[in-house]
Design a protein around this ligand. Structure first.
Ligand code: AMP
Ligand code: MG
Length: 347
């Protein structure tokens, strides 16, 4: 399949009538799948009401069929077509964070969306992205768009059109290139079907920010305890993984350097993932700074690009520093732990 690339300036006026957007929307209406930028990561969109379109998303990504997709909308009225009710707290969260990196789980109205999109659950995940290109595409297509991240399943999520092209060229109808994304981590997923809202996946909106709007917010215990089954089906899979084994280290930079030295003495090619503050300290084959430790949003923004950058090098092993689990640090550590899939080395 030929993958078309449409380059779109996200700052032009009235994007939904822009020829490239119309063309991409046309493909979506024909139940083809198209990648597009959002403020979190690039999404791979398809008509959420059509089984064929949704199947194409799962096939292009190699995504397990039991992992439901997030439905993207451009206007709040659209939610009512496929959701039973909007609880008071969900409504307050929408007011506060939409458009934005917050996905809400709500009870689903039957018979509207493709059952494949929701993995046959009685609930549905929905969000309104805060990106002019994403919103224009949803509007121009006139469809709710099912859209997971536009990467091969298991790989780091894409934050540029080039990342998408690396993974999905030849597998999808097109890519709308609207530049690099902003937040860099996926949306926070919050279950609003119970009495108290519960975070199923940490992300761009922090627990502290949610609590300011609705008071108490729970966190799915499975996020802390690997032995429990997560409420969000996707959280059980390994994700974001670089090619080489990736170990997180709870230790000082001196202790990490010591580990590096030991492995290099054994003839291994070793990478280190650090931040700008510590980059000059390390001596290894590849040392990459992922943002600034003092500004965790910058770490979030460049996390996936950094994980992908390690794959440009033929490494035997990567060591990474850990981060405090506060604010966006929660989402960063969630993604790093998944990328590693190995126990943290405690020093
Ligand atoms: P992705 O599309 O890859 O960003 O992942 C979407 C996340 O939302 C995955 O972790 C899914 O398992 C989760 N999700 C989607 N729909 C539901 C749902 N109805 N209930 C719980 N989690 C969901
Ligand atoms: Mg994903």
């Amino acid at each position: 399949m030929q993958t078309q690339m449409w380059t779109v300036d996200k700052n032009v006026d009235n994007l939904k009538t822009y020829p490239h957007i119309i063309e991409a929307a046309q493909k979506l209406k024909q139940n083809e799948v198209v990648a597009f930028p959002t403020e979190t990561v690039y999404g791979l969109g398809g008509n959420a009401e059509n089984d064929d379109a949704v199947l194409k998303i799962f096939e292009a990504k190699g995504r397990p069929g039991d992992n439901p997709l997030i439905i993207h909308i451009a206007d709040r009225e659209q939610v009512f077509s496929f959701v039973k009710e909007i609880p008071e707290q969900a409504s307050r969260l929408m007011d506060a964070f939409w458009p934005g990196p917050l996905t809400l789980i709500l009870n689903k109205k039957d018979g509207v969306l493709s059952e494949k999109a929701t993995a046959r659950l009685s609930t549905v995940a929905v969000r309104m992205p805060d990106h002019p290109v994403a919103l224009a595409l949803v509007e121009a297509s006139g469809l709710p768009l099912a859209a997971p991240s536009a990467n091969l399943s298991g790989k780091p999520s894409p934050t540029t059109a080039a990342h998408v092209a690396d993974d999905l060229t030849g597998r999808i109808a097109g890519i709308v290139d609207g530049g690099a994304t902003g937040v860099g981590l996926e949306s926070t997923v919050v279950d609003c079907t119970g009495e108290i809202p519960a975070i199923l996946r940490p992300g761009g909106v922090t627990k502290e920010q949610l609590e300011e709007i609705v008071g108490e917010v729970l966190v799915d215990p499975a996020l802390k305890d690997a032995k429990q089954a997560p409420k969000s089906p996707g959280m059980k899979y390994r994700h974001y993984a670089p090619n080489a084994p990736f170990y997180l280290v709870n230790g000082t930079k001196e202790e990490i350097q010591q580990l590096v030295n030991e492995k290099r003495n054994e003839g291994m090619k070793v990478g280190v993932m650090t931040t700008k503050e510590n980059k000059a300290f390390y001596d290894s084959d590849v040392v990459i700074a992922c943002g600034e430790r003092m500004k965790l949003e910058t770490v979030a923004e460049s996390l996936y690009d950094t994980l992908r950058a390690f794959n440009q090098q033929d490494l035997d092993l990567i060591y990474g520093e850990i981060f405090p689990e506060e604010g966006v640090g929660q989402a960063i550590m969630n993604r790093l732990t998944k990328a590693s899939g190995l126990p943290v080395i405690e020093k």
